[in-house]
Design a protein around this ligand. Structure first.
Ligand SMILES: [Fe+2]
Length: 300
């Protein structure tokens, strides 16, 4: 018997049971077998590291069972769990690495729904938030990573209001409120009028909320808009636009903040600017230029 075997460890230093479980992987789907081997090795390593008591292991399994029982067609607690543990961001990152000049990707989140087509310059705030919240103009260009403008790019925009609510959560907002599909003009430019979005908490009434409380974490997401941009021949980009003065930028519950997608909401009071964008008074001006990569420029 070799020294390795004599120590009760497998060739990779793992316990015999780990090698036994991995050794029984024999499905035809090689990618799935790769995933399962890694999953088994990491989970076994976790048990070796933590050495949970039987009661702790049971509590962990009960937590996962409760997470499953919380899921409905409109509430996906496992997605929330993934978000709160930074896993959704990590999966997004490994699948969206492009050139240094590309606007960074950021997770889609759970609040996307079909948006109404709009004209450039349209006001997307048609609920009670208009007149109550700070108004804003969001504008910029869509370009490739070499500075070429991209006319005809489609921007799908969605955001919460100044109370942190999306239309799908709020009976006071009309359907499709604070959402819109915009097409860049012949210069690759876009602009629309809206309100400044507020930070909001993720749902805390389920197992993911229990987990956050147990970890001593808050549930807040910093104020943001979501934008998904599609342009022919380019990798579709889904990202956030974060409000630069938000107190939760350094502790986003979903870990979606990246420095390149934090933007200034600059106050504008001069009449020329107000008239240029058809506003009825002072507003917040936001420039957000978007750079897309081609599929062949994306790293695989
Ligand atoms: Fe959001």
């Amino acid at each position: 018997m070799s020294e390795t075997m004599g120590s009760g460890r497998g060739p990779a230093g793992s316990p015999p049971v780990t090698e036994q479980v991995v050794g029984q992987l024999q499905g035809a789907d090689t990618r799935l077998m790769t995933i399962m081997e890694s999953l088994i090795r990491h989970l076994h390593g976790f048990v070796e590291d933590v050495r949970p008591t039987a009661a702790e292991w049971e509590a962990g399994l009960a937590f996962l069972a409760r997470t499953g029982s919380f899921c409905t067609p409109t509430r996906q607690e496992f997605v929330l769990l993934s978000d709160m543990l930074g896993l959704t961001t990590l999966v997004d990152d490994v699948n969206n690495q492009g050139p240094a000049d590309m606007t960074p990707s950021s997770v889609e989140g759970p609040f996307h729904s079909v948006a109404p087509p709009r004209e450039l310059g349209d006001l997307i705030a048609a609920g009670p938030e208009w007149g109550r919240a700070e108004s804003a103009v969001i504008h910029g260009t869509v370009q490739d990573c070499h500075g070429n403008r991209l006319p005809g790019a489609i921007l799908d925009v969605w955001q919460a209001d100044d109370k942190g609510h999306y239309d799908t959560q709020d009976a006071e907002q009309p359907e499709g409120n604070l959402r819109g599909l915009f097409t860049t003009d012949e210069n690759g430019e876009y602009w629309f009028r809206t309100v400044k979005p507020a930070s909001y908490p993720v749902p805390m009434d389920g197992p993911a909320g229990d987990m956050l409380r147990a970890m001593g974490r808050h549930p807040m997401r910093p104020g943001h808009l979501h934008i998904r941009v599609e342009a022919a021949g380019h990798h579709t980009l889904t990202t956030h636009v974060f409000v630069n003065d938000d107190p939760y930028l350094d502790s986003d519950a979903a870990f979606a903040v990246k420095p390149e997608i934090i933007v200034d909401f600059e106050p504008r009071e001069d009449q020329a600017s107000i008239e240029r964008y058809g506003m009825d008074g002072p507003y917040l001006d936001v420039t957000f230029d978007i750079r897309l990569a081609t599929e062949s420029e994306m790293k695989r």
